[in-house]
Design a protein around this ligand. Structure first.
Ligand code: PNS
Length: 159
């Protein structure tokens, strides 16, 4: 079975990677679907975000990295899957995630959103937190892979 793990991944963090690694043990094929979240202002271009993720999973045969425009339900249709994975951290994620899952279900009644609970050590982690720490030149080496750490440092050094 195939599933899509969608997100803006601006940038990917160790929390996302944990969800990806656990999902790939459940499904035969996992598509990481990168898109523009119209409710957020992104730091990295979609191509930069895709390249960073491709570097991390280059040796993983079960994982494919793709970008999409438009609705997630349309992307699921294109990819011929009804399974969407999302990670849940604190209760504060729940309202937004529930709203999205229900909106997607209303667009495609066969679509199932599967929530994986974030591992304890990544419970506080988000792309926004990582960007903020990096902006103030704090240590993000335990929060993101090396290639992402370098890209973030470059972004904020150049200003
Ligand atoms: O990582 P994010 O930013 O929390 O991911 C949110 C994302 C990209 C999964 C969501 O915004 C999305 O599915 N966007 C595609 C447009 C869409 O289908 N919107 C309707 C569902 S709310």
């Amino acid at each position: 079975m195939k599933a899509i793990y969608p997100g803006s991944f601006d940038p990917i963090t160790n929390g996302h990677i944990d969800i990806i690694n656990r999902s790939k043990d459940i499904f035969d094929e996992l598509i990481i679907g990168i898109t523009t979240n119209v409710q957020k202002k992104h730091l990295f271009t979609i191509d930069e975000r895709k390249k960073m993720i491709e570097e991390i999973f280059k040796d993983e045969k079960k994982i494919k990295v793709k970008t999409f425009d438009g609705l997630l339900t349309s992307f699921c249709e294109e990819e011929k899957t009804n399974y969407v994975i999302r990670g849940l951290r604190a209760v504060s994620d729940y309202e937004y995630e529930l709203q999205m899952a229900m909106a997607n279900k209303s667009l495609n009644k066969n679509l199932e959103t599967i929530f994986l609970v974030a591992s304890h050590k990544f419970n506080f982690l988000s792309s926004s937190i990582v960007k903020e720490i990096a902006y103030y030149h704090g240590d993000i080496s335990a929060l993101v892979p090396k290639n992402v750490e370098i890209k973030l440092k470059n972004k904020y050094e150049r200003g």
